[in-house]
Design a protein around this ligand. Structure first.
Ligand SMILES: Cc1cc2nc3c(=O)[nH]c(=O)nc-3n(C[C@H](O)[C@H](O)[C@H](O)COP(=O)(O)OP(=O)(O)OC[C@H]3O[C@@H](n4cnc5c(N)ncnc54)[C@H](O)[C@@H]3O)c2cc1C
Length: 498
């Protein structure tokens, strides 16, 4: 008997869909039901699925490649997602949703012994000039969206890395365009959402699902599965319109403190929506030399003809080992900043913190804590990194002007979010206890500033990011309304705190 036929019979026997099934069943029963309903091309199993292994290997983080689902659903439309969620809900299966695969948190985009919904075949992106909106399916990555739309002179307010996917939006999403337009999610116009029980709703800022609409601006994977994003665009101009200036400056490790002090000052002083930066420092374990090498880079861009010295003077005057600065189109910036998706094969760990603008000491302390941490665990680590992104008041005001988001950050005159990252040596999946403990200590040393929201796209899974949001109470209330049985929290990994 063929596997699909076997599954089909199983599904009929179990009566999985359209029947009352109070007890949890095996994930195989959801897969069996789904295969009979959607067919073996859309629902693939380890035994019979030409794409199955490739899909399991899609998440960037090796720790997630190790989680093998019972089956993968590759929907082609919203109705397929709805069918999948109905079966998952009925059978009380574990599940996960995979878009661009860039979440570092274990289990947030992969599932062992459950159903994985992967948007590989829902990648359409288009622009309606009459409505002036972009419509995107969730499988598209930012580089693809930007390249498709550049000939039309528009771009989504999307990721800074071309290969990151649309899950970016559900965590808020910090774009190069954020200082002028807000978080990526602030640009939502309309969302199609499959709720946890499989029902489908369209949420907007003004209809009866306006609470859901707002919750999906920062609520991550907890509130439903978005199958269509309609977004207000950035009028970027075409690929040939080099209306930006900037690029990457690399500094020798000896100037890392100067760069961080400059970043602290920039965070406080710059509220020009045309300016956008992020600064990364890496501590790389140089095993043969038994030492840690420090590399620091400032990625600085201005929407204008040149880099105004008043804004970027500090970064331009620190002695650099390399400067790659030129006139650029918006599409160039997205294509060049993280050019390749070639970092598979390693386990990444993230953590989040915040820094008040102007607090140079706190920026430099973070550097020293990270260096000590890396030094003490150098046998177990390949490299570590701290990335600082200023959140100017202009970004928060732009979001508020579009109805606000769940993050609901305060106006402080500028603060920075920090990503704290560790990378294990290639091929190592399990986090050594010394690293796990050391990381806990590191996060307690690089303390977040009370009252400033952490950034969920860059957090540790044990950090209660939602509790740092201005909209925390709103999020809890909205979650209760849309998932009263707490199915999502019980059956998929994701942020804690609801
Ligand atoms: C190299 C790199 C660069 C990055 N740069 C940035 C940056 O500039 N700005 C920024 O904000 N973040 C950035 N990130 C973080 C990134 O945005 C988040 O990890 C984001 O969640 C990735 O989305 P994804 O679709 O690629 O990943 P996935 O792991 O596929 O999805 C992320 C999460 O969202 C859920 N999800 C995805 N799609 C849906 C959906 N349609 N409905 C419901 N749930 C869904 C997934 O289940 C998962 O929990 C970066 C990450 C990396 C690795």
């Amino acid at each position: 008997m063929s596997i699909p036929l076997l599954f089909g019979l199983l599904a009929l026997t179990l009566g999985v869909v359209g029947d009352e099934t109070p007890e949890a069943q095996s994930p195989q029963s959801a897969c069996a039901s789904l295969q009979s309903l959607l067919g073996a091309t859309i629902v693939q199993t380890p035994a019979a699925g030409s794409s199955f292994q490739t899909i399991v290997g899609t998440p960037l983080n090796l720790a997630n490649n190790e989680l093998t689902p019972s089956c993968v659903v590759i929907p082609q439309n919203t109705s397929h997602v709805s069918t999948a969620m109905k079966a998952i809900y009925k059978t009380k299966s574990r599940y996960a949703v995979l878009a661009g695969g860039h979440s570092a948190m274990k289990g947030w985009n992969a599932v062992r012994d459950g159903v994985l919904i992967y948007f590989r075949d829902m990648k359409a992106v288009s622009y309606d000039s009459r409505k002036d909106t972009i419509t995107m399916q969730p499988g598209v990555r930012w580089g693809e969206a930007v390249n498709t739309l550049a000939p039309l002179g528009v771009a989504p307010v999307g990721g800074r890395a071309a290969h990151v996917g649309s899950g970016f939006l559900l965590g808020g999403g910090i774009s190069f365009l954020s200082p002028s337009l807000g978080y990526g999610a602030d640009l939502y116009k309309e969302l199609d959402v499959v709720l946890v029980d499989g029902s489908v709703v369209t949420a907007t800022a003004n209809n009866k699902y306006s609470d859901l609409f707002r919750a999906l601006k920062g609520g991550a994977n907890r509130f439903g599965i978005v199958t269509r994003y309609e977004l207000y665009p950035f009028h970027s101009g075409k690929q040939s319109d080099k209306t930006w200036f900037g690029g990457t400056i690399t500094y020798p490790g000896s100037f890392v403190e100067d760069v961080l002090r400059a970043t602290a000052r920039y965070t406080k002083n710059v509220d020009d929506p045309n300016a956008t930066i992020f600064v990364t420092l890496e501590h790389i374990v140089n095993a043969p030399a038994n030492k840690i090498d420090t590399v620091v880079q400032a990625n600085i861009f201005y929407h204008g003809k040149s880099l105004p010295p008043k804004i970027f003077g500090d970064f331009l005057s620190i002695p650099a080992s390399n400067k790659s600065l030129s006139a650029l189109s918006y599409a160039d910036i997205v294509a060049n900043t993280f050019p390749a998706n070639d970092d598979h094969g390693s386990t990444y760990l993230y953590g989040a913190s915040t820094r008040r603008g102007g607090d140079e000491k706190a920026f430099v302390d973070a550097l020293n804590f990270n260096l000590n941490f890396t030094e003490s665990l150098k046998r177990d680590l390949a490299w570590t990194a701290l990335t600082f992104t200023p959140i100017p008041d202009s970004q928060i005001k732009a979001g508020r002007a579009r109805g606000g988001n769940a993050i609901d950050a305060p106006l402080t005159g500028g603060y920075a979010v920090m990503q704290i990252m560790q990378t294990l040596p290639v091929g190592v999946v399990d986090v050594p206890p010394a690293v796990a403990n050391g990381k806990k200590k590191l996060l307690s040393q690089i303390k977040p500033v009370p009252g400033l929201p952490l950034f969920i796209n860059e957090c540790d899974a044990l950090q209660n990011v939602f509790a740092t949001y201005g909209g925390y109470d709103f999020l809890k209330k909205t979650y209760k309304k849309y998932d009263p049985t707490r199915f999502n929290i019980g059956h998929t990994d994701g942020p804690i705190g609801l």
